[in-house]
Design a protein around this ligand. Structure first.
Ligand SMILES: [Zn+2]
Length: 453
């Protein structure tokens, strides 16, 4: 039996499925018909017709000349003239199937079955169309329909290996890797030659986070089909998965997923963090001497309004981490805290810390709040944390922190900031260092902002 298009569709689906189904391009895997099954030649096979006549002959001629859909319509016309002859809808089904219209072929076979029990040829046609349509639906977002079609075949032939493959594949595409594995494991236990099952098994095990099982299935796949082109790509995918437990790291940064993260996210976060690191190093003039951890998707111990937090490690929830636009800004913000913690010996006041984090994040204070909120300018100077504030209060605290820090940066250079931080690192009192480097103090600086409210 010919299944090439269904199997080709699997590979397309695997490719389109993105990270999880990210196999490399493979040659079309072809199912060998199980022993005792008939193989369709690929040509049109019309049943003999007791009510044939000129209409039948015209339909056959149209179909054989490649006008399959026109042929199908003529056969349908014949079926309405001779409603008790099952040959008409069966011939119609042949045309639809040859045209790749397996849904129409199956409806024609239903009409056929309502007239008489299906012939052996019609049964084979129905099975083939169910498989073709099933694989196609499972890979185009309707895996439950794929599964239904596979189950329909199994209803009549419980040992059908390709229908079992379709059921397992549909379950995998439906996001049930555990059930898919159970079905496919049984399948390859009974039919080790169904090689298409192995890449699906590998991907299911990886989806469950089971590197050992994935590795075993990959080995079995290599034994069953040593020339399969997807092997190397899956092996790489498996290596990356194994290294994920330790996270991604270099001498500066370590990115660790704390739970289930989208595939490849650690690499993306690492790349963003590296870019942020280089920017901050050039702006702040020094860099942390220790590795900074970025924990992805874990508990952040932060209020709901905080996109992320820094408490010696950066806690980055998945929501900003997976959005490239936000991720870059949030990492610049949180890594500024890491840089200032190191560069300023932990002495940088909170308002300056949060103000600079927003400044390097790329925020600029475009519009100041009204004069009625001016007291926040005094409030933020003495604060040790903003984490206890509600969302509205926090917003004011952050805006004023940015406003004062931005004013400071516009009046001074980043060299001045580096000097100030070096003083802090060397144990100089913060107020003394501030005045020494910036020639001013917080009350004077904040008074400049207050005057503009
Ligand atoms: Zn912050």
């Amino acid at each position: 039996m010919r299944l090439s298009s269904g199997i080709a569709v699997i590979l397309v689906a695997i490719l389109l499925g993105g990270a999880f189904w990210g196999l490399s391009r493979g040659r079309s895997l072809r199912v060998k018909p199980a022993h005792g099954e008939h193989a369709f030649s690929g040509g049109l096979e019309f049943p003999s017709n007791p009510t044939a006549g000129p209409l039948w002959d015209s339909a056959v001629e149209l179909a054989r000349s490649g006008m399959l859909e026109d042929g199908a319509r003529l056969f349908a016309q014949g079926a309405s003239q001779d409603p008790r002859d099952a040959a008409w809808p069966q011939a119609e089904a042949e045309c639809w199937a040859a045209a790749g219209r397996h849904d129409s072929a199956l409806s024609a076979l239903e009409r056929c079955r309502s007239i008489a029990p299906l012939s052996t040829a019609a049964l084979l046609r129905r099975r083939a169309s169910r498989l073709e349509l099933g694989f196609s639906m499972a890979s185009t977002g309707q895996p439950w329909k794929g599964r239904q079609l596979g189950e329909a075949i199994l209803q009549e032939s419980p040992g059908d290996s390709e229908a079992t493959l379709l059921v397992g594949y549909s379950q995998a595409m439906n996001g049930n890797p555990g059930s898919a594995e159970a079905v496919l494991e049984k399948l390859v236990g009974e039919h080790p030659g169904v090689v298409q099952a192995y890449p699906i098994l590998v991907q299911c095990a990886m989806r469950r986070g089971d590197a050992e099982a994935a590795s075993r299935w990959l080995e079995r796949y290599a034994q069953a089909d040593p020339a399969a082109i997807g092997l190397a790509a899956m092996d790489q995918q498996l290596q990356r998965m194994r290294s994920r437990a330790e996270g991604k790291s270099n001498s500066r940064l370590r990115v660790v997923c704390m739970g289930t993260c989208p595939y490849g996210l650690e690499d993306e976060v690492m790349a963003s963090a590296e870019t942020a690191w280089n920017l901050l190093k050039s702006q702040i003039g020094s860099e942390p001497s220790h590795q900074v951890n970025i924990l992805l998707g874990g508990q952040a111990n932060a209020p709901h309004w905080a996109a992320a937090s820094f408490d010696g490690q950066v806690h980055l929830p998945l929501e900003p981490a997976t959005d490239p636009g936000r991720r870059d800004a949030v990492l610049r913000h949180e890594l500024t805290h890491a840089f200032l913690a190191f560069a300023g010996g932990g002495q940088v006041p909170l308002w300056l810390n949060e103000g600079l984090a927003q400044y390097y994040q790329g925020e600029r204070c475009q519009r100041l709040p009204g004069a009625e909120s001016a007291e926040w300018l005094d409030e933020i100077q003495a604060r040790r944390t903003f984490m206890d504030l509600d969302e509205d209060q926090a917003e004011l605290a952050y805006i004023f922190s940015l406003a004062v820090a931005q004013e400071l940066m516009e009046l001074n250079t980043s060299t001045a900031l580096a000097k100030y931080l070096a003083h802090l690192r060397n144990g100089v009192d913060e107020r003394v260092a501030f005045r020494k480097v910036f020639g001013d103090d917080y009350p004077h600086l904040s008074a400049r902002i207050r005057a503009r409210l």
